[in-house]
Design a protein around this ligand. Structure first.
Ligand code: OGA
Ligand code: NI
Length: 208
């Protein structure tokens, strides 16, 4: 266990009450360095690719909606990040136990927003068949300061909640109800982003 039962319960309570929770210093400095090492390797090997938006194929339009470059992770391949996948399992257990979510599986990518890019206001469930339940964001911007931009705005009950993308901070929110936006970043902006997935509806069909 990375975190105590009490700690998890506190976070799960906040998530249940406000539909989101911000957790600072979620990982250690050592773990942060591991992720950034992985990130730098991926960048040097040219693994980061322009992110898409559903079925939309138009490159120019895509860039207007979201400007990030991403690299999808694979738990078997990306053993360097195994410590992170372990914490993710702990998170899934806690969500099952305390939020009664039925989760199976996850999908994660690293993301870089070059200076001058943003992501329009959106929901993380693109369509009815989307099975994304919980959005997980781990920010990686060391020495982020006001003016760097790239804040995440949560739109909730007519309010705008600003979350600064500072390193080692985690933001969890409900993927189906929480609209959000990434403001234009003035410096390269780094994160590890993922979704915890609901049991796919067609699993019974596949097992038959
Ligand atoms: C997303 C997203 C927010 C962020 O990838 O869907 O909204 O803060 N990211 O990077
Ligand atoms: Ni999103």
């Amino acid at each position: 266990m990375n975190y105590s039962e009490e700690t998890w319960i506190g976070w799960m309570d906040q998530l249940a009450e406000q539909d989101y929770v911000v957790i600072d210093d979620f990982i250690s400095d050592e773990e942060y360095a591991k992720i950034m090492g992985f990130f730098n390797d991926a960048e040097e090997n040219d693994e980061l690719k322009k992110a898409g938006i559903g079925a939309q194929q138009d490159f120019k339009l895509k860039a207007e909606v979201r400007g990030d470059f991403i690299y999808w992770l694979d738990e078997d391949r990306d053993q360097k990040l195994s410590f992170f996948f372990d914490i993710k399992e702990e998170l899934i257990q806690s969500l099952r136990r305390y939020c009664y979510l039925s989760l199976s599986g996850s999908e994660f990518h690293i993301a870089k927003y070059p200076a001058g890019t943003h992501y329009h206001r959106h929901l993380d469930q693109f369509n009815e068949s989307s099975n994304r339940q919980i959005t997980v964001l781990l920010y990686l911007n060391k020495e982020w300061k006001k003016g760097d931009g790239g804040e995440l705005v949560i739109y909730k009950d007519g309010e705008e909640i600003m979350v600064e993308p500072i390193s080692k901070r985690v933001l969890l929110f409900k993927s189906d109800t929480v609209e959000h936006e990434v403001l234009t970043t003035n410096v390269p902006r780094y994160s590890l982003t993922g979704w915890l997935l609901h049991q796919p509806a067609n699993v019974g069909y596949l097992l038959r």
